[in-house]
Design a protein around this ligand. Structure first.
Ligand code: GLN
Length: 190
């Protein structure tokens, strides 16, 4: 399976490293035509305003939405989650709107900018997963078709809707490949 990583801005290299270690063929995606050559896509963390602006400017958004409608599996992390959300609270910011969730940007907990936490993620087994949160989005609404796969302090931090997966943290910044493996296995093949 060839996995695309949206490489407009943010932590795309780190995702490529994790996937590379799993023996997966990756392709950095910067142009619409490159979306035709992949069987799954990762939207990395970074700055959702910058990534979003380029997505629409370069004509990638339209193609990505078309491929997602055909069933392309998409995994968004942090800013990627923001871009996959249907709505962002309180601000006018264009997103792909792929998942039926609402997020609030840079709003995790009380004024905490960045932190790490051990997450219990049932679908990954008993061993906790280290979540690295960097100005993470807070999920404030989850639609009926969206499954919550992990929470932190009662708030959803990992959600799935069919072949779409999104997390508020940065799984590419730890040595633990289990969430990428879950995406390529369970989510992509669903
Ligand atoms: N706060 C950023 C945003 O909303 C996301 C931060 C991140 O991806 N680490 O774009």
């Amino acid at each position: 399976m060839r996995v695309g990583i949206l490489a407009l801005q943010g932590a795309f290299r780190e995702h490529a490293q994790v996937l590379g270690r799993l023996g997966v063929e990756t392709r950095l995606v910067r142009r619409p035509a490159e979306l035709e050559e992949i069987e799954a896509l990762v939207i990395p963390g970074g700055e959702s305003t910058a990534i979003g602006r380029l997505l629409f400017e370069y004509g990638l958004a339209e193609k990505l939405l078309a491929r997602a409608r055909e069933g392309l599996p998409v995994f968004g992390t942090c800013a990627g989650m923001v871009l996959m959300a249907r709505e962002i609270e309180g601000i006018e910011q264009r997103t792909l709107g792929l998942m039926d969730i609402t997020v609030r940007r840079n709003a995790f907990g009380r004024q905490i900018e960045s932190f790490e936490a051990e997450l219990q993620i049932t679908v990954l087994g008993d061993k906790p997963f280290r979540g690295v949160f960097i100005r993470a989005p807070l999920v404030t609404r989850v639609g009926a078709g969206v499954e919550v796969l992990a929470e932190f302090e009662g708030k959803p931090v990992l959600v799935r809707q069919g072949r779409l997966l999104a997390c508020a943290f940065h799984p590419e910044l730890t040595d633990d490949p289990r969430l990428h493996r879950y995406f390529l296995g369970e989510v992509a093949k669903a």
